[in-house]
Design a protein around this ligand. Structure first.
Ligand SMILES: C[S@@+](CC[C@H](N)C(=O)[O-])C[C@H]1O[C@@H](n2cnc3c(N)ncnc32)[C@H](O)[C@@H]1O
Ligand code: SF4
Length: 408
């Protein structure tokens, strides 16, 4: 089952926001995340907030699109009520779960509610995640017609034994097909890969990179497999049925990915993300990392507007009850003080190609930079220009870098 939500202060029943959120709004874009909390089966490594048919406790997938539309309308009223000026939405992202388990008409209705409420900026980025076995050519065509611009496929690996360890259900042969259909429909394509799966060899990973690059995606994400507490994979490892992922192998795999992707013309712009060019970076993810405003719709979704962060009730049944009662689905919230916002900027910006302005560091953090350059984790020339930018070794050690930049 998915992990627990944070604690925090109670969220108001009407979802209203304090007037303080207006401050600095001219420098912030608005994005919308729509969570779709359903999967056909749960992959053994995943603790995202998603539910299979027998975990729904009375929630109905058929009701979900309307509930999400109701939250979008509530969001429109709340942002206006807080005194925020009308802002067309820059990016929309449907994530999950498996958004494409819903009929395409449901996704289209949810997107229409965003357009009706705020409008979209010219050239807005509208993405959905999709499992390769959950879409066909007609479905992708319908998404493009509805206004989607981009699809992110959960490819994970090209090697059947690795997919089996991850308990992924799709046939790897389907990936080239869905990519072609998406392209034919005029959609940009991103591929998600996972490395460091127990039993995965460097040759396996090399093959997955080759196959991914043969598809000529616009964007690629490569995530190191995280063994999340409470997952089936964690239990299998504890019982000795599956090997523990090996850190050294995962580091070699990251380096191989970075070499291979760079040689194919992809530039890294965040530790785990590469794009064909600047235009194809995920603008939605950039807006999280750069502290813009986003409204997260759906069970367990998180939102951030002007330094106030909140999260929704977690289970789709509880979410449905709140929406049916005309109440905000907010479960808890917190207002970030200036120091917390600074710490978050450090945590996020240091993982990005543009780096972290040294002015965001406190004196102790600034003093740590020279040692990080000497260790080969931070680019010396960039530091002279006032930015902390990770070297490739530094990217592998990003968490350790953060601990040195934010000493407790
Ligand atoms: C939560 S999924 C949602 C999209 C879709 N259901 C899929 O699986 O592709 C988004 C991405 O998170 C990745 N992910 C989930 N759990 C992970 C973990 N424990 N370690 C690394 N990546 C993970 C998935 O493999 C997927 O590429
Ligand atoms: S399909 Fe995606 S969201 Fe669903 S369980 Fe697997 S990784 Fe998690």
């Amino acid at each position: 089952m998915p992990g627990a939500l944070p604690l925090g202060d109670p969220a108001p029943v009407d979802g209203s926001l304090p007037a303080s959120v207006v401050e600095g709004v001219a420098d912030r874009n608005l994005g919308v995340y729509l969570h779709v909390p359903f999967c056909r089966v749960r992959c053994g490594y995943c603790d995202f907030n998603t539910y299979t048919g027998d975990e729904l406790r009375g929630a109905r997938r058929d009701d979900y699109a309307q509930e999400a539309v109701d939250e979008v309308r509530l969001a429109g009223r709340v942002l206006e009520g807080a005194g925020l000026p009308p802002r067309p939405v820059s990016t929309v992202f449907f994530g999950g779960g498996t958004p494409t388990m819903l009929p395409h008409s449901d996704l289209a209705a949810m997107l229409s509610s965003v357009v009706d409420t705020w409008g979209l900026v010219d050239g807005a980025e509208v993405t959905t995640e999709a499992n390769p076995d959950s879409v066909d050519a007609e479905y992708l065509e319908a998404l493009a017609t509805a206004g989607f611009t981009r699809v992110s496929f959960g490819m994970q690996s090209a090697v059947p034994s690795v997919l089996a360890t991850l308990e992924r259900t799709h046939d790897p042969e389907r990936v080239p097909l869905v990519v072609r259909w998406a392209r034919d429909a005029g959609l940009d394509v991103s591929l998600d890969l996972i490395y460091g799966t127990p039993g995965e060899t460097i040759d396996d990973w090399s093959r997955s990179l080759d196959v991914a690059l043969e598809q000529e995606p616009d964007h690629l994400s490569a995530y190191s497999l995280i063994v999340e507490d409470g997952t089936k994979l964690a239990r299998q490892i504890r019982r000795g049925e599956v090997a523990q992922p090996d850190d050294d192998t995962a580091a070699d795999m990251y380096e191989l990915a970075d070499d291979r992707l760079a040689a194919a013309g992809y530039g890294w712009y965040e530790v785990s993300n590469w794009a064909r060019d600047e235009q194809h970076r995920s603008r939605h993810n950039l807006s999280y990392w750069q502290g813009h405003d986003w409204w997260g719709v759906g069970p367990g979704a998180h939102s951030h507007v002007g330094g106030v962060r909140w999260w929704n009730v977690k289970h789709p049944a509880a979410y449905g009850q709140r929406m049916a009662a005309g109440e905000s689905p907010g479960a808890g919230r917190e207002t970030l003080d200036a120091e917390t916002r600074r710490v978050e900027r450090v945590l996020l910006a240091v993982r990005m190609r543009e780096g972290l302005p040294t002015s965001d560091l406190d004196p102790e953090g600034r003093a740590a930079v020279a040692g990080l350059i000497a260790d080969g984790w931070v680019e010396g020339r960039e530091a002279l220009a006032g930015r902390v930018v990770l070297t490739r070794t530094g990217r592998l050690m990003a968490d350790a870098v953060v601990r040195r930049l934010l000493p407790v």
